[in-house]
Design a protein around this ligand. Structure first.
Ligand code: MN
Length: 302
């Protein structure tokens, strides 16, 4: 199934070009009190939610997919884990182009020595919210990535057992400022982790290690590859991540980007596609607070 969150935190099941509003299915998610869990409770109870969604679907309101505003399908991931340099051709471009490596130590450009990194959870948005360029003075790139949504607690699981811990998949944009700082700093501004267009449950992806993925900016294809070219596959990434920390329902793993990363600017229109998942359009905007001086004249006297 394809589960989306849209508009004012409504829950939808995507069916072709329509969405069935199954917000009523959220009733099966247990009510939480303080202190709230540090993981996503909808994903924790995903099977119950989907069963209830199937039950309410016949009477559900239907909407056109192009008439709704898509939010991140996972609302509250406890962690956003990400793989650096997980495609060989991106590793080569990243180590040879000073505009990309920003004089970071060369040893950090091998996933086996770099390990994984974390992006701030506050950076997460859905495709309908768009990317807001935080630092127009800095090179800012798109990175299209397959994202794993963890379905159940995973603590030191082997690659052989890893796939049983996956709830599903989505498309991710790991928006990245280039430069010398730590990855977690450069890749964590608000809106710099885009997740969408929906969560596709794992049963609908025959082989996550064989998915075409691509991204176009203003209609021009910039990255085009296949997840079979990942250095560490889905199972290996779960094994690696869970060897260091426990993964919880709703935790996200961005699996790395192929070659072809390039700068984005306000006004750009991004379209990202992964086979068996779908396509999402994401607008790139200027930070309105940077335009504040021009706007303040119209509100003078306030
Ligand atoms: Mn990345």
């Amino acid at each position: 199934m394809r589960l989306c969150r849209f508009d004012d935190n409504r829950l939808g099941i995507v069916d072709g070009s329509i969405v069935r509003d199954v917000t009523a299915a959220l009733d099966v998610v247990p009510t939480q009190g303080y202190p709230y869990p540090m993981h996503d409770v909808l994903v924790e109870h995903l099977d119950r939610v989907l069963n209830r969604a199937r039950a309410v679907m016949p009477n559900a309101r239907t909407l056109a997919l192009d008439a709704i505003r898509l939010l991140s399908p996972v609302a509250n991931p406890g962690k956003i884990v990400a793989a650096p340099v997980n495609y060989e051709k991106h590793r080569i471009e990243a180590t040879t182009d000073p505009g990309l490596h920003g004089n970071n130590p060369g040893s950090a450009f091998n996933i086996h020595s770099a390990g994984l990194f974390l992006k701030s959870t506050s950076s997460l948005v859905g495709p309908g919210e768009g990317v807001v360029i935080r630092r127009p003075d800095r090179r800012t790139d798109h990175e299209v990535e397959l994202v794993i949504v963890i379905g159940r607690k995973a603590d030191r699981v082997s690659r052989a057992d890893a796939m049983a811990h996956v709830a599903g998949y989505a498309i991710g944009l790991d928006i990245s400022i280039r430069g010398s700082e730590d990855r977690s700093f450069r890749k964590s501004p608000d809106t710099y982790s885009v997740l969408g267009p929906w969560l596709v449950t794992a049963d609908e992806i025959p082989d996550p290690g064989s998915l075409d993925l691509q991204i176009a900016v203003n209609g021009e294809v910039r990255q085009q590859s296949n997840t079979r070219l990942m250095i560490l596959g889905v199972a290996e990434l779960i094994e690696m991540a869970s060897s260091m920390y426990t993964l919880h329902p709703g935790d996200l793993i961005f699996t790395g980007t192929p070659e072809g990363v390039s700068p984005i600017h306000p006004g750009d229109s991004i379209v990202a596609t992964i086979a068996h998942i779908g396509t999402m359009a994401v607008a790139v905007r200027a930070d309105r607070s940077i335009d504040a001086p021009a706007m303040s004249t119209s509100s003078a006297g306030a």
